[in-house]
Design a protein around this ligand. Structure first.
Ligand SMILES: NC(=O)c1ccc[n+]([C@@H]2O[C@H](COP(=O)([O-])OP(=O)(O)OC[C@H]3O[C@@H](n4cnc5c(N)ncnc54)[C@H](OP(=O)(O)O)[C@@H]3O)[C@@H](O)[C@H]2O)c1
Length: 225
């Protein structure tokens, strides 16, 4: 895969307004990247703008809005080299019977946003000299609990989607007789608290020598496997 660092590349952080988004912004800016920070809260986007991001107030579950964002960036001469998808959410309940549809719909928004964003920017990532797509998933995919079944199911679906994107990158490169330049990677944590900088650094590391392979699942933090 192509490496040589993230400096000069443009990265979209989708759902950028939580602690890990701020950490990713910091790490990317320190490494010399340009950042487009997307979130649905104008107030929570302000600190990212202060750090130098182009901020976009958007509901990433709105397919039309995501398509329009991609079109606007392209019209402005911007193609993204990386997408870090952070839209999340958590709801649990008592066992399988306690997994409500309302909670599932809320959790599923994360996967819906992932589908919209990865579709809208697929051509950018595949066409980049070093395209990178990453999500933050959970160790519960391997060890699902009844009380978090909906969450585990959404994360499992998101992982399958990202691994499919990885297969797509590999196939495109193979069909074109070109070297593989893009990578889709899954980070897994048990709890994100205290690991925000580690996740941010791992994402920046996707452009560096020794980066995880296309399709890799990378555990971050103690107790992950
Ligand atoms: N927290 C953990 O312990 C943990 C463990 C394993 C995996 N993860 C995963 O790590 C990732 C980041 O975690 P997190 O706790 O930082 O996630 P999060 O707070 O649930 O979501 C990240 C950001 O996305 C924004 N967002 C939510 N819905 C959006 C939408 N429709 N359009 C645009 N922006 C939206 C949120 O902003 P607002 O809601 O303020 O608008 C939030 O700032 C998530 O994918 C999560 O599932 C987290």
């Amino acid at each position: 895969m192509t490496v040589h660092g993230v400096a000069g590349r443009t990265v979209l952080v989708a759902g950028a307004t939580s602690t890990v988004g701020l950490a990713a912004m910091g790490a990317l800016v320190r490494a010399g990247a340009h950042v487009v920070a997307a979130g649905r809260s104008a107030a929570r986007l302000e600190p990212l703008a202060a750090l130098g991001a182009r901020v976009e107030e958007i509901d990433l579950t709105d397919e039309g809005a995501v398509t329009a964002l991609a079109a606007q960036l392209h019209a402005d001469g911007i193609a993204v080299d990386g997408v870090l998808h952070l839209v999340g959410g958590w709801r649990g309940g008592g066992g399988i019977a306690g997994q409500t549809e309302a909670d599932y719909r809320l959790l599923e928004a994360s996967f819906t946003a992932l589908r919209h964003v990865s579709r809208a920017f697929d051509a950018d990532l595949a066409g980049s000299p070093a395209g990178r797509l990453a999500i933050v998933s959970s160790t519960v995919v391997d060890r699902p609990l009844a009380g978090g079944a909906s969450y585990a199911a959404v994360k499992a679906a998101s992982e399958a989607w990202v691994r499919a994107a990885a297969q797509g990158y590999a196939k495109q490169a193979r069909d074109a007789g070109e070297p593989l330049r893009a990578a889709a990677v899954i980070f897994r944590v048990t709890s994100l608290a205290g690991l925000e900088e580690a996740v941010a650094d791992a994402f920046v590391g996707l452009w560096e020598a020794g980066a995880p392979a296309n399709g890799a699942i990378v555990a971050i933090g103690e107790g992950t496997a």
